[in-house]
Design a protein around this ligand. Structure first.
Ligand code: XMP
Length: 517
């Protein structure tokens, strides 16, 4: 039976995914849904509770995202955050207004210690605020349970109706006791029992794959990253040697990557592994292409063509049809490719939006409701070595989306050499675990003047893009030590011909994405 979710309704907040993650951290299964879902659509998901996220709009502006009022009559517990809090107030005949004073950042809140939402929390503590509008009157029957100097109604609750809300953001780490507030809502107001643990997730995932694939055969594309490794290990647990792993060398890999996968993964799992050399095929298909989305679509299609060929060869050797393809697609990939709650397609992740329409395989995606840290946990439970579990993410389209401009062999060589230096130096400094990942990007169509060895050069810039993140949905640029950056820079300009400049990308996500394309 499908797990009953805590639904997080996304009102366009930067933090909606974070709310879903926090709820899971607390042991409750959660899913994101878009705000245009009707009450009937929400209830069809059989939610245990619903959380309205924040969002950039004003509740009283015409056309601002709303929620159908019937949802409040279903008896399902509801929690509102920021915009979601104001929406509850507005819908249940409280009052929201532009007070003229906005609050942004760390703010002291004073709570009513008899409140269930703030049970066992200090009377005064620091929360994270980000709002212009404010609730000025709580709905009838609701008790106001927190205030700040400028916001008189910073939280309210109605225990009979199991509805509560807060003006601040309990999901972000910048405020104190955020998880306690969420836990108090889920456990003490909504009165839910936790239904989400790593063991259970693993058991469910294995059972789901068993029932989907049955006695069929599947192949899994290994990329060397943790996602495909964990997906493969789950499916192997479920269907044993009905699974064959395929590693595609598309010519867009980093130095040493292919050898590493062959060694580590086979040693850890004993899986049947076929390595396909498809360098020429990929590079030919990508020749002259500069548009990032086009690159992604081409790569997605080429991957499938390679898998089809590999499947045909495996079938020729043993006649059962291979009609399943396993992919390590994660929940954020689904969301960011436009398949989840948010309507906008930011990028077609090759394993989601980049698949060709005429694909013959049925997809098996055991991780598509999970976040990265959950996947790493499962990897541990499955006995995968730390070396695989803690690897930095590397995108399926590989170096193709780290060369800004068209891709060719010589550009790939330049990027590989620079990338290897950055990786070597990060490891030598003992800082691998300090960054989420460290893309190195070649601006192949940009040139600048330099001076090297007494002569003028006209070379390409390399961009260093080390980032820190919890789940790649948001990220910050990593403040690596200057000495390390200086060493990487001087080694790259000394050792990699045609690079005469190294720059550091100091953009967070948003507004930037992690990869440049
Ligand atoms: P962005 O650039 O969207 O990246 O901020 C978020 C995370 O996803 C990785 N990424 C991909 N992974 N296929 C993948 O398997 C893809 O097409 C793809 N595009 C980006 C990226 O490295 C980062 O970890």
């Amino acid at each position: 039976m499908a797990l009953q979710p805590v639904l997080v309704v996304d009102f366009g907040a930067q933090y909606a995914q974070l709310i879903a993650r926090r709820v899971r951290e607390l042991g409750f299964y959660s899913e994101l849904v878009p705000h245009h879902f009707t009450a009937a659509q929400l209830m069809a998901k059989n939610p245990t509770a619903i959380i309205f996220s924040g969002g950039p709009a004003s509740v009283y502006e015409p056309g601002s995202p709303n929620i159908s009022a019937e949802i409040f009559d279903q008896g399902v517990p509801i929690f509102g955050i920021c915009y979601g809090f104001q929406l509850i107030a507005q819908q249940l005949t409280g009052e929201v207004a532009k007070t003229g004073i906005s609050e942004y950042g760390a703010t002291k809140v004073k709570i009513d210690s008899s409140s269930v939402l703030f049970k066992q929390l200090p009377e005064n503590y620091q929360v994270w605020m980000s709002h212009g509008d404010a609730v000025v009157a709580a709905p009838a029957g609701f008790k106001v349970t927190a205030s700040t100097e400028v916001t008189k109604v910073a939280a309210f609750e109605n225990l009979d109706r199991k509805i509560a809300g807060v003006q601040f953001h309990p999901e972000v780490v910048h405020g104190e006791y955020g998880l306690d507030v969420l836990r108090n809502f889920l456990s003490n107001i909504a009165k839910l029992t936790p239904n989400w643990s790593a063991d259970q997730v693993l058991e469910d995932a294995i059972a789901k794959v068993k029932s989907q694939v049955g006695s069929g055969r599947a192949i899994v594309g290994l990329s060397g990253g943790v996602d495909s490794a964990v997906a493969a290990a789950i499916v192997q647990r479920a269907i044993g040697d009905q699974l064959t792993a395929v590693f595609v060398d598309h010519g867009l890999l980093r130095t040493g990557e292919r050898e590493q996968v062959e060694l580590d993964f086979v040693a850890a799992t004993g899986i049947k592994l076929v390595v396909v050399d498809a360098k020429e095929q990929f590079l030919a298909a990508l020749a002259g292409v500069t548009d990032p989305e086009q690159k992604r679509k081409i790569i997605g299609a080429q991957f499938i063509r390679v898998f089809e060929t590999a499947a045909a060869q495996l079938q020729a050797a043993a006649p059962t049809v291979i009609d399943f393809l396993v992919q390590g697609t994660l929940y954020p990939d689904v969301v960011e490719s436009g398949g989840g709650a948010s309507a906008a397609t930011i990028k077609s992740h090759h394993n989601v939006g980049g698949l060709p329409d005429d694909m013959q395989f049925k997809l098996v995606e055991p991780l598509n409701t999970l976040f990265k840290d959950e996947v790493r946990n499962l990897g541990g439970l499955l006995g995968l070595p730390t070396k695989i579990i803690s690897r930095h993410p590397f995108p399926g389209p590989g170096l193709a989306i780290r060369i800004v401009g068209a891709i060719d062999q010589s550009r790939l060589e330049i990027l590989r050499a620079a990338d290897l230096i950055a990786r070597e130096e990060l490891t030598a400094a003992g800082l691998d675990s300090q960054v989420w990942q460290f893309p190195v990007v070649l601006l192949a169509d940009v040139r600048s003047v330099g001076v090297q060895g007494d002569g003028r050069t006209y070379g390409h810039p390399i961009v260093l893009r080390p980032v820190s993140s919890e789940d790649a949905m948001t990220a910050d640029w990593s403040k690596l030590p200057y000495e390390l950056l200086a060493k990487i820079s001087s080694r790259i300009t000394n050792e990699v011909s045609s690079v005469n400049r190294v720059v550091l990308d100091i953009t967070s996500k948003p507004p930037g994405t992690i990869e440049w394309e």
